[in-house]
Design a protein around this ligand. Structure first.
Ligand SMILES: Nc1ncnc2c1ncn2[C@@H]1O[C@H](COP(=O)(O)OP(=O)(O)OP(=O)(O)O)[C@@H](O)[C@H]1O
Ligand SMILES: [Mg+2]
Length: 495
């Protein structure tokens, strides 16, 4: 029997029969025989010589678990990715699979962000979110590697079974990192590409899948291309780029959604909508309606979100200093744990940064840790602080002293008017000599403000005895002034 050519795109509900709400699985394709098995339909394949039309199925359950999709601009890549996500969402629960999307293709994946299966969608401008997404998945991979070793597990199938029985508590099931626009990742997120590749190389055995779209195969490095077990080609700009066959690739018509399956047969991708319509004018609205429906009928836990660094981190949220002396300076983006500086192992701490990036703040944290942890007999602080950001922060009550190196301060005063009367008063009230008690403290800590405004005035050489800032230290002899003394400082380094 003659079958018409692939012209009108099917909608997803035409490929997945019997989509109904289920009390356990939520909105799902009840009649689909491979529920929860990572085998999903994406479109229709045409076999004209056999007068046959069959489902285009992506089997992501085993070695072909990473998917690569290429196509010239506007051939339907983002739409096909939405179809894939929706198709997986209708055949798996949010406990079984989760999606983390890097949407560098112009916002095409934002319409599926409301699915309970989707943990996060980052656009090209959300750099922090994109970096954190990959960091979270890298951590997940490391955790799983450890878990597999501890439990002697050999395959992801065994892991899934243990998780389903409740023996193993893991908020994540099979996780999909979806990258729409591989070229943007390579170009704008240079540092991220090797990490994503690493995830692809090591992740599949631990249930982490990569789904990537690109304009041509050559955008994807050969090492990664080899890892993409499931490959789909929409119409290519240059048929010679085809991995299926250049001659047959040249026969793919200029119709969005049309492409070549690995078998060399033409396919037409399904549309991400559940209303049996082939229209594309209202496709985004229809996709969002399908997403809302799936979301309404799911009452369980949703995919874990991506944790981001806070925009504001009060110092009270950091753990107190410990040991002799380990100071928490901030929050690590990779692991979302405190960043520590341990003066016992690394005696010096230098903080670099552009203007207004938080250098003085980091020194304040170190100064606070010193004054909190030690008595004045045990440690003192010498601060050379032309910007005066530290001055009011080191409490006199704890006995810490502010020492201004005489040369630095004199030069500073000669070149800069005081910023405020109160700062001047605070400066004058600072003790001008080292206390005689017990021959000086055991430690001398010197937070130097490394601001670029404290270079020596034109024509005057930096002092050979005490250095005013990091810049001066580089040009003056280092012998006279160290930043952390195990013993009282040399006499000539005082004011
Ligand atoms: N299977 C399909 N059937 C019919 N129309 C489709 C199909 N897939 C996509 N389209 C239509 O083609 C147009 C381009 O789709 P889409 O944005 O997904 O392409 P793209 O390859 O991601 O584009 P870009 O290269 O700009 O990222 C859209 O108008 C979309 O509705
Ligand atoms: Mg796109």
């Amino acid at each position: 029997m003659w079958l018409p050519p692939l012209t009108a795109s099917p909608s997803l509900d035409q490929l997945l029969p019997g989509i109904v709400p289920d009390p356990v699985r939520g909105m799902s394709a009840a009649d689909y025989p491979a529920l929860g098995r990572l085998r999903v339909p994406l479109g229709m394949v045409d076999r004209p010589y056999e007068q046959l039309r069959e489902l285009l199925v992506a089997d992501l359950s085993a070695a072909d678990g990473h998917l690569g999709l290429v196509g010239a601009p506007q051939t339907g890549k983002s739409t096909a990715l939405r179809t894939l996500i929706l198709s997986l969402a209708l055949t798996h629960t949010p406990e079984e699979i989760q999606f983390y999307c890097l949407d560098f293709g112009g916002g095409g994946l934002v319409s599926v962000s409301g699915l309970p299966h989707v943990g996060s969608v980052s656009t090209r401008l959300e750099r922090d979110r994109a970096l954190r997404t990959v960091a979270e998945l890298t951590q997940l991979l490391e955790r799983r590697e450890q878990e597999f070793t501890d439990r002697g597990l050999e395959s992801m199938a065994a892991y899934r079974a243990l998780r389903a029985q409740g023996v193993l508590e893991d908020r994540y099931g099979d996780v999909f990192l979806v990258v729409d626009g591989w070229f943007t990742l390579r170009q704008d997120y240079e540092d991220l590409e090797p990490k994503v590749m690493e995830l692809a190389v090591r992740g599949l055995s631990f249930g982490i899948h990569l789904v990537a779209s690109a304009v041509r195969w050559s955008e994807i490095r050969p090492r990664l291309r080899d890892m993409l077990g499931t490959k789909l080609e929409l119409r290519l700009g240059d048929a010679l780029e085809s991995e299926v066959g250049p001659r047959i690739a040249a026969t793919v018509p200029h119709q969005p959604g049309r492409g070549l399956a690995a078998s060399g047969h033409h396919f037409l991708a399904a549309l991400p909508r559940l209303d049996s319509s082939s229209g594309i004018a209202d496709l985004t609205v229809a996709t969002k309606a399908a997403v809302a429906e799936i979301s309404t009928f799911w009452t369980g836990r949703t995919a874990p979100g991506v944790r981001l660094l806070p925009t504001r981190l009060p110092s009270t949220d950091l753990p107190p200093a410990e040991g002799d002396l380990r100071v928490a300076l901030g929050w690590d983006e990779q692991r979302l744990e405190p960043v520590w500086h341990d003066f016992a192992t690394t005696a010096h701490l230098m903080v670099f940064g552009d203007g207004e990036t938080g250098k003085t703040n980091a020194l304040r944290l170190a100064a606070r840790a010193i004054t909190d942890r030690y008595t004045p007999d045990q440690a003192r602080i010498i601060a050379a602080d032309p910007g005066r950001g530290l001055l009011s922060f080191i409490p006199r009550s704890t006995g810490s002293d502010m020492w201004w190196t005489a040369t630095a301060w004199t030069r500073w005063r000669a070149t800069r008017p005081s910023r405020s009367a109160s700062a001047s008063r605070a400066r004058r009230s600072a003790p001008s000599s080292w206390p005689a008690a017990t021959g000086g403290p055991g430690r001398c800590c010197s937070p130097w403000s490394t601001t670029t405004t404290c270079s020596p005035p034109a024509g005057s050489a930096p002092t050979p005895r005490c250095h005013r800032c990091f810049r001066c230290c580089r040009t003056a002899p280092r012998s006279a002034c160290t930043w952390w003394w195990p013993a009282p400082p040399p006499a000539r380094c005082g004011p």
